[in-house]
Design a protein around this ligand. Sequence first.
Ligand SMILES: *Cc1c(COP(=O)(O)O)cnc(C)c1O
Ligand SMILES: [Zn+2]
Length: 403
Amino acid sequence: MSRIGLVCANCGGKRTFSYDRLKCGCGGMLLVDYDLERAKRTMTKPALRSRGASMWRYRELLPVIEPAAVQSLGEGWTPLTPLRPDAFGLRLQSLWVKREELNPTGSFKARGLSAAVSLLAERGVRRAAIASNGNAASALAAYAACAGIEAYVFVPEDCPPLIVRECIRYGAHTFRIKGQIHDAGDWVEEGHRLFGWTSVATLKEPGRTEGKKTMGFEIAEQLGWKMPTVLVYPTGGGSGVIGLWKAFRELRALGLVSGDLPRIASVQVNGCAPLVAAVRGGGHVGEDSPVAPTGLRVPYPPDLDLLARIVRETDGTAVAVERREIEDAQRALGAIGISASPEGGAAWAGLLRLHGEGWIRPDDRVVVFNTSHALKYEPGFDACDAPVLENPTALQSWKWEKP
Ligand SMILES: *Cc1c(COP(=O)(O)O)cnc(C)c1O
Ligand SMILES: [Zn+2]
């Protein structure tokens, strides 16, 4: 709760805090800036030991100032499960899976939306909207329900049907649209223009990135304040990459960890790998993204330059895996009792690739993210009665009460 303003990730310029203006004049992304000297006084190692088991244990470095505005369903403080690398034929020092499927709503999107919806509550917003590939939509639906805020969620038509049902279950106005996540974004823009909906889409507000940042805090704390050397993260819109980078930099500034930042290895899927193209150069980004797991289907991330810079700056890398490798990885994790979503499978497949290429070294301490629960993606259900919408101009004929 030591938020003091915003700071540009590109030029370092400082701005006053804003809930919805996150573009600097230089084109860079504005991130939340904290009074770290103040945070240092209370966010100490011993103080943290007696705090509750949710991401709000790091409240000093979360953007909400008004404690009563916090919307929590018990998100975060997920297990960091150690695995024996040699059991998988891997030569590396230590290996952990961050068990993000155990969050409320079954994915790590709960973290970002807990923070984002808390900011909506702090600001007195009544109606929020999101364009999402699914997990962020159901997380908004849950936290909006918790806060008594109305949620409008727009997902691609082929969103996993159980996730669509989950949104409806939490009471969100739930719509499927023709096209991909950026097309869903057009609906949110139109709703903002017509009805003043507040967008909580990735990087449209500061909460999503700040919430995801807590994964980095937890990993450091769970490892006894020793940094891992590699993070293998399945990347879509990119708020997780930005959040993890920010987390370890803030912890270092607080003096809670020291040394090099972990190398961030971003995993995408062949057919939709804009960050791989940006980092490794050349190549076709691919809009034929239906090959990718839904959470990784973001052909146009809002700030690709920043993501590429973070990967380079941390000495990281980006790798694209194949559908087949993802399925094998989901089976391998299933076989040790971990329910891995396709995105979590992609991360595991990325680990195997980077190990095979020699990029991951025998002295590495590696954390792989299982970002969601396999059960949310079960095929063979229908999406209930969530209507399929064709064109955002249709919103003009909507009434408040009954869209
Ligand atoms: C959103 C999502 C991702 C991608 O995360 P970003 O931080 O937005 O890049 C990965 N896995 C799952 C399950 C997701 O829902
Ligand atoms: Zn700037």
